[in-house]
Ligand binder design. Sequence first.
Ligand code: ADP
Ligand code: ASP
Ligand code: MG
Length: 405
Amino acid sequence: MLIVQKYGGTSVGNPERIKNVARRVVRTREQGHDVVVVVSAMSGETDKLINLSSQVNENPDPREMDMLLSTGERVTIALLAMAIQALGHKAQSFTGRQAGIVSDCVHTKARIEKISGERVKQALKDGKIAVVAGFQGITATDDVTTLGRGGSDLSAVAVAAALKADVCDIYTDVDGVYTTDPNMVPQARKLDKISYDEMLELASLGAKVLQTRSVEFAKKYNVPVRVLSSFNDNPGTLVTKEDADMEKVVVSGVAYDKNQVKVTVQGVPDKPGVAAKIFNTISENNVVVDMIIQNIGEGGLTDMSFTVPKTDAKKILDVMKKVVAEIGAKGVSVKEDIAKVSIVGVGMRSHSGVAAKMFSAMAKEGINIMMISTSEIKISIVIEAKYTELAVRVLHETFEMDKAA
Ligand code: ADP
Ligand code: ASP
Ligand code: MG
């Protein structure tokens, strides 16, 4: 078999842990498999680099940011290759560029366009373990890019798809995908398997155990993904195609996201073309808008609120100030201390009353709901950030997620 293994920041957080990863990789190799390992930077390193940049420039150029951030993974690929060699096995490290991971030019959140993987394939042929830097790519014009926070998951899945690997194993600091963040809710239950669609929703709604685009990619190319712990040998969670069993569960997980802000444009003229103007401008700035609400207009004016990632808040405020002037709106404000809490489940398609039950649970705790959005398999609400943990716990209990179906 050809196995792609990915180890996250905590799993390679210090030399001892890197040696632990090396032993696990070698064990897989000794079972007779070809192994490609994708690694993240040591835990905290990417944050440290971001912090460094902010000390020299408040608004760093994205190209230079990627040059900086890509160094974190360079450290771990070299160290892991050395650690594997110390165990008497052949290993070779590859940067994103050397692995032929070609991306578009959107610095700090680039999308992978293709992977040639020639040198990785050659290394495997030569009996080596290939160690590939996660999170980074190269543009057609030879600039280093990064793939967005948590992007090593995407690197791993994309490499697995490109090399037609039999499985992509994502090793992390928890032993699978749980009904909710096990570090927040001790009653969280590990799932044996979860559908791509549910995992996609959970990831995009804040469950950082897998990066959203990695799940999108896995679904598109049908890559079987397993989430496992690098610290034990417990069976993990298989992310796979939906099956009939999965429909029986109404709500399979709760996710939360504290990384968004709510932007409100006040006194927007209530006429055709205004919303288009606002959201076209945002999209031209490569910012992803999540929830949108438009209040009922009064006197020809209306308020419009939407959420965007915290990291884009400053940029959006600047951009919106200009738009406000152009469209003749009254003003724009940003609310930071919010959280989005969501419930997800393919069973929602065939069950009614789920929203009512969710909102009642919030009402009982006196938690005010500021925004709501729904899709076929999820319901999200925006609340005050200070109630996040309470809301997640209460929803986990309300929908009896600690119990297996
Ligand atoms: P890595 O550094 O290995 O990529 P991450 O920190 O990105 O690891 O992701 C693992 C973390 O995801 C866990 O420590 C856990 O706190 C968090 N998490 C959030 N939601 C879930 C969930 N539903 N199941 C498992 N872990 C979750
Ligand atoms: N090191 C990067 C980050 O911290 C990528 C990753 O860990 O997946 O976001
Ligand atoms: Mg991660």
